[in-house]
Design a protein around this ligand. Sequence first.
Ligand code: SF4
Ligand code: SF4
Length: 167
Amino acid sequence: MPNLRGFFHQAEMSTKSINYEFKKRLNSTLGGEAHSYCYQCGACVGDCPAAMYSEDFNPREILLQALLGNEEALTGKDSPIWNCTNCYTCYERCPQAVRPVEVIIALKNICYQKATAASEVNQIVESVRTTGRTVKITSLSDRRRKELDLDEIKAVPMGELENLFEP
Ligand code: SF4
Ligand code: SF4
């Protein structure tokens, strides 16, 4: 016969270990709001390229930690979320419309707010802010484009970009 007292004690303990404050923050961050619908089926893992190549990354596990509100594991300095390539395969596969990739993007945004994002990310953000591009366009790129009979790359309308960055 199952020990119900033990069961309820365990359930109470696991509820106590959920960080509801962090879940609330994730819920109010764009893309994070559907994380609670995850029922841990694992469909998002099958074709995930990041899970295929990295032992540290698994979208189902990321969602489990999100369900528990495990702030440190998800948004600490060594968070595995940066392995996600934003390919959106999991978005297509999830039967619960959790949109795992968007939960991960929400977590990345929280990392950025907390200044725990990887330094490479800060470099890319700075490059977009100052040049409008994620990578630098060099004279070599222009030359190669000319050889391939491609149009010149247009200048980024920095004024419009600055308006977007306005708080
Ligand atoms: S978006 Fe990220 S988590 Fe989703 S399948 Fe692609 S790499 Fe995996
Ligand atoms: S995010 Fe969706 S596909 Fe992935 S484990 Fe949760 S319910 Fe399943």
